[in-house]
Design a protein around this ligand. Sequence first.
Ligand code: NAG
Ligand code: NAG
Ligand code: NAG
Ligand code: NAG
Ligand code: NAG
Ligand code: NAG
Length: 546
Amino acid sequence: MVASSTTGLLLGFFVIFGLVNVGVVVGEDPYRFFDWNVTYGDIYPLGVKQQGILINGQFPGPEIYSVTNDNLIINVHNSLPEPFLISWNGVQQRRNSYQDGVYGTTCPIPPGKNFTYTLQVKDQIGSFFYFPSLAFHKAAGGFGGIKILSRPRIPVPFPDPADDYTLLIGDWYTANHTKLKAILDHGHRLPLPDAILINGRGPNATTFTVEQGKTNRLRISNVGLQHTLNFRIQGHLMKLVEVEGTHTVQTTYESIDVHVGQSYSVLVTADQAPQDYYIAVSTRFTDRVLTNTAILHYSNSQRSVSGPIPGGPTIEIDWSVKQARSIRTNLTASGPRPNPQGSYHYGLVNISRTIQLESSAAQVDRKQRYAVNSVSFIPTDTPLKLADYFKIGGVFKVGSIADSPPHKNMYLDTSVLGADFRAFVEIVFQNRENIVQSWHIDGYAFWVVGMDGGVWTPASRDQYNLRDAISRSTTQVYPKSWTAIYVALDNVGMWNIRSEFWARQYLGQQFYLRVYSPVGSIRDEYPIPKNALLCGRAAGRPARPQ
Ligand SMILES: *[C@@H]1O[C@H](CO)[C@@H](O)[C@H](O)[C@H]1NC(C)=O
Ligand SMILES: *[C@@H]1O[C@H](CO)[C@@H](O)[C@H](O)[C@H]1NC(C)=O
Ligand SMILES: *[C@@H]1O[C@H](CO)[C@@H](O)[C@H](O)[C@H]1NC(C)=O
Ligand SMILES: *[C@@H]1O[C@H](CO)[C@@H](O)[C@H](O)[C@H]1NC(C)=O
Ligand SMILES: *[C@@H]1O[C@H](CO)[C@@H](O)[C@H](O)[C@H]1NC(C)=O
Ligand SMILES: *[C@@H]1O[C@H](CO)[C@@H](O)[C@H](O)[C@H]1NC(C)=O
């Protein structure tokens, strides 16, 4: 989709081979170094002691601040007594799925060991987050925000905000992750969460200070396990400006639904009387509504927060669908490059393949499992990407999940869907269940061309938005509805497609998309990193055969 110059490719080459050892190369994209120590530690998000996963002693973890094309060198020391990995939600890692930090791409970091991720935030801007991908660690912390700012000379379609705040919101349990995992391992469902956290804290414990008359940017990510959350600010409107790396048509909302795994940037102007206001976050589509609040504090505030906490929608689906359809790409604004976001006319490209994915829930061997197209994913001992690289047979089979729902009984397999590099694919997520789903694709952003109630048919294409659909990496699918996306498969690698509903992901509702180029050129995919950890049937192999 994006043509790189030869220089760009050579620099990319240095980035991977040079790592920390190569000196400064003139014109090379900047490096940012991070040294992270992952430990267990006491946290008190709701006033009672819990064991959280901390990064450098922090919960949530430190924020990653970066600029388009920066190289991020992140050395993660695992001081937990169990294997650990971090993954980067929405960061595309072009040609470099080894760095994705999910089970299928990267060996777990053993206890007491470290692994240095080498990511480049190539051709990206926007708001994302990282999270721990193994076991049920995500329920204990280890997550944090990622900001990718535009390069200095690339126009941003709004004035520089006075401040730029990250808000990580999510549902939360007082039970620890080992307990929650045990509930799932025994084949049971999780109870309702105990609370919602805002930046790891409970009611009124987080304050965002603003100056009267100034406009601030808030980057809101739902880092929780399952629930859609509605976000709003007492007495203030929010102007949506960015969604997962795309500058949006700037629309003003009173409140915004943030589905699990999604990220939104809004501008908020402190244009009210000088006092404190509630920031409210509450669960959507639940019988019992959980709410948490933070404080928007005017620096010249004369009154502490007061009045009723602003209410939001609760079970209304139509409200959410209407809002989803109003979120569109600003075609004339720049993204990561100077050219406008609308210069790539996705609506004019011919579809080379249609893939229909249908979720299901069932019992297998009397235990609760979840599936996509009847296959419930099970890991093997060797990351799929390494098995592919070392040509180790018997780990997975390409084509072990069908292009459309076979409507068979659910079964377990290590499901991998094969696809050709540069194919332009239509994916339809069909939801016949009664819950709101959220789907994520690693390594890519995709256009959300349509969503509607009922069952998708080819005639549903008549209502697609082929002009200014939003491009993002996580999309919701409403109950008994479908969502259709277009994706240009321009990133070779092994990429996780998963439900962001974490218990479902853990119990099999995920698979891998193997985007393959027969050429085997480093123009298309970087070789395995020199520091790659090797495990399972890849253990002991020479990482870089000379
Ligand atoms: C990580 O933190 C733990 C606990 O403070 C400490 O014992 C350990 O030495 C640290 N490891 C690194 C690599 O900094
Ligand atoms: C989780 O809680 C249980 C008790 O419910 C405790 O035995 C276990 O050590 C805890 N594990 C972690 C990782 O905090
Ligand atoms: C572990 O950290 C050391 C520096 O503390 C670094 O030299 C080494 O490359 C790291 N190991 C991996 C596998 O990244
Ligand atoms: C879209 O972006 C352009 C270019 O930056 C800007 O002038 C315009 O106001 C934006 N339009 C909307 C509706 O957001
Ligand atoms: C703090 O937050 C809770 C709910 O989030 C609310 O009920 C309470 O009244 C708040 N206000 C103050 C001033 O503490
Ligand atoms: C798409 O397919 C149509 C019909 O097969 C063909 O006429 C057209 O040139 C194709 N467009 C592109 C952009 O490849």
